[in-house]
Design a protein around this ligand. Structure first.
Ligand SMILES: [Cu+2]
Length: 127
């Protein structure tokens, strides 16, 4: 059973890799983020915020935060802002240690297309 799930996951992941690089959804794109990609921040961010060009369908939208080369942090799922559903917020409920982090996101457009991307940032607190 476990193996079946793993194999299936590999097939899905491969399909995504094959199609993910070339597919661009005309209806949804990432406009900005906080922290910005490749930014160095002096304090552990309280949220990772993504600004999209349109409101994604949250059922197919996720944001993961992980130390570079590590496992995703166990955080509550990202949510859309109530007053602006094109803004997706991941609450970072734990203090991030100094180091490099990666944000991996996936968002589903209103037309059902899924886009994804990732960016990194560095936490470097003053000592
Ligand atoms: Cu589309």
């Amino acid at each position: 059973m476990d193996k079946w799930i793993r194999n299936r996951a590999v097939v899905v992941a491969t399909a995504v890799l094959v199609t993910g690089g070339v597919f661009v959804c005309a209806h949804l794109a990432l406009e900005a983020s906080s922290p910005k990609g490749d930014a160095t921040v002096a304090t552990s961010p309280e949220t990772v915020t993504l600004w999209f060009t349109d409101a994604p369908q949250m059922a197919g939208t996720s944001v993961r935060l992980l130390p570079r080369g590590g496992e995703p942090l166990d955080l509550e799922p990202a949510t859309a802002k109530e007053d602006d559903p094109s803004v997706v917020v991941l609450d970072v409920s734990e203090e991030l240690a100094d180091g490099d982090y990666e944000v991996m996101w996936r968002a589903m457009a209103q037309d059902g297309h899924t886009i994804r991307g990732d960016f990194g940032f560095t936490v470097e607190t003053a000592r």
